[in-house]
Design a protein around this ligand. Structure first.
Ligand code: GDP
Ligand code: GDP
Length: 446
């Protein structure tokens, strides 16, 4: 896909101020906005720059003139097509008129569409405006963003929220294309942990060396195979890791280094860290795991040589203790005990990898996200610093791979580290994302 701009669609019932907001965001006067041929008649669209990002903005106002029935039915019919193309929806309500049954029905439908949504409470100018806007909370689409499209109030905050909710610039590939891409895997760990043995156990005779390739580290090769579910898996293998080459060439062994692990995990999406269960997890293993987390990769631990472990309960406990104390940032990371040598337990590895990959890719809808956020804040309100409470207003999830949260509020830079960690862990637990690195960014709103 080249040059596709992220699409922001403005939705809402008639008269809430969609056209006015559209013009405000585009920064031009209505008269200049053309109907674009080839799209639904009457749909207005234009390019706009929102906090430095170019976006395609679509106004659905006027679509309500389509055949009647209830207001909601009309809105829905006309909005469906627009929403399908949207990367983000701005759902506009009228803060002065209050929430109507049509707004409620529309919000319910919108929540089910599983698109990122920002709730915009328009006509909220002046002092009373912000208060009136709060009523829109009940729609369950997160915190309403009060604006006055006509008077230009609150537009800066809205700009920031839109920019944060858009997919990241480099991640604008279509979902279908993504699915066709092989899952990129790295198998890392200390020398002698059993990486080569595990690779052979995983892919057996199917092994196929396809490198060297452009885009990979020099001298890197990729091994590609199809797993039992038909998913293509590409193992990124760098020169430093290529000990299995001895199988083919009888060449001298190359020692696996942390440096090679870094290169491999940068090229990968999921990292399998092979740990020798006889030795336990040591500093070098931890260093690789932390690195994988810092690079934002999904991690699965293969606890290898399980066949040779005498006291399995003790070995497992030892590992869990190390993980709890030394790797809290990957809380709940999946551990698969296995024996690469005998093949026992190896069949559990790829399901764990696919699961980690799915979680790493997961996006949480705006409504669900903000319900979690409100509950988390209620359980532990943000702390008071210098006699003033830090205000956290709302949260968006602009991207996955790894899951990234952006929290908006005031004085956010003063938010203590342990509160940030609390939010991340609470998110992790609520949405079941054990072992997935989670990014939390904070943005100041006015
Ligand atoms: P649409 O049908 O949703 O596209 O709504 P319009 O943009 O045509 O606006 C409907 C009416 O609301 C117009 O009379 C606008 O002038 C008015 N309006 C729009 N934005 C605001 C606002 O921020 N404050 C107030 N008080 N009125 C507004
Ligand atoms: P690498 O350096 O990480 O690639 O490790 P290798 O795959 O070369 O394995 C190192 C040594 O551990 C070899 O002697 C393997 O036979 C042995 N090994 C690998 N996996 C297992 C296992 O599951 N159980 C046992 N008992 N030994 C293993």
């Amino acid at each position: 896909m080249t040059g596709r701009l992220p699409t922001v669609v403005i939705l809402g019932r008639p008269n809430v101020g969609k056209s006015t907001l559209f013009n405000r965001l585009v920064g031009r006067r209505l008269a200049i906005v053309d109907d674009t041929p080839g799209v639904t008649r009457d749909r207005k669209e234009a390019e706009a720059t929102i906090a430095g990002r170019r976006v395609r903005l679509v106004d659905t106002a006027g679509l309500e003139e389509a055949p009647p029935e209830s207001i909601f039915g009309r809105m829905r019919a006309s909005s469906e097509a627009a929403l399908r193309e949207a990367d983000l929806a701005l759902f506009v309500v009228d803060a002065r008129a209050g929430i109507t049954p049509a707004d409620r029905a529309f919000a319910n439908w919108l929540r089910r569409a599983r698109k990122p949504v920002l709730l915009v409470a328009n006509k909220a100018e002046g002092k009373a405006g912000g208060q009136q806007a709060l009523e829109a909370y009940e729609l369950g689409l997160g915190e309403p963003i009060p604006v006055s499209a006509e008077h230009g109030e609150g537009i800066g905050v809205l700009h920031q929220a839109i920019a944060a909710a858009l997919p990241a610039a480099e991640a604008e590939a279509p979902a279908e294309e993504e699915r066709e891409q092989p899952l990129r895997l790295a198998i890392v760990g200390r020398p002698n942990a059993g990486k080569s043995t595990l690779l052979n156990a995983l892919i057996g005779k199917e092994r196929m060396i396809t490198g060297p390739e452009p885009g990979l580290t020099r001298d890197a090769v990729a091994v590609e195979w199809t797993d039992e579910t038909g998913r293509r898996v590409r193992l990124v293998d760098t020169a430093g890791m290529r000990k299995r080459a001895r199988v083919a060439r009888g060449a001298a062994l190359e020692q696996m280094s942390v440096g090679a692990s870094i290169a491999a995990l940068r090229e990968s999406e999921v990292v399998v860290l092979v740990v020798d269960a006889l030795l336990g997890m040591d500093e070098q293993d931890l260093r690789i795991a932390r690195l994988a987390e810092r690079e934002g990769r999904a991690v699965v631990i293969a606890l290898n040589k399980w066949d040779a472990v005498a006291d399995r309960a003790a070995a497992r406990k030892r590992l869990d203790d190390v993980l709890a104390t030394s790797l809290p940032q990957l809380r709940g990371v999946p551990v698969v005990p296995l024996s690469a040598l005998t093949g026992r337990g190896v069949e559990k590895l790829m399901p764990a990898v696919r699961e980690a990959y799915a979680l790493w890719n997961r996006r949480v809808g705006t409504g669900e996200l903000n319900r979690w956020f409100e509950a988390a804040k209620e359980r532990h309100p943000p702390p008071v610093v210098d006699g003033k409470r830090i205000k956290l207003r709302y949260v968006t999830m602009p991207k996955a791979r790894p899951p990234t949260l952006v929290v908006f509020g005031t004085r956010v830079e003063e938010l203590p580290e342990d509160y940030r960690r609390y939010l991340v862990n609470s998110f992790r637990e609520t949405f079941g994302m054990p072992g997935v690195p989670i990014r939390l960014q904070l943005r100041e709103t006015r």
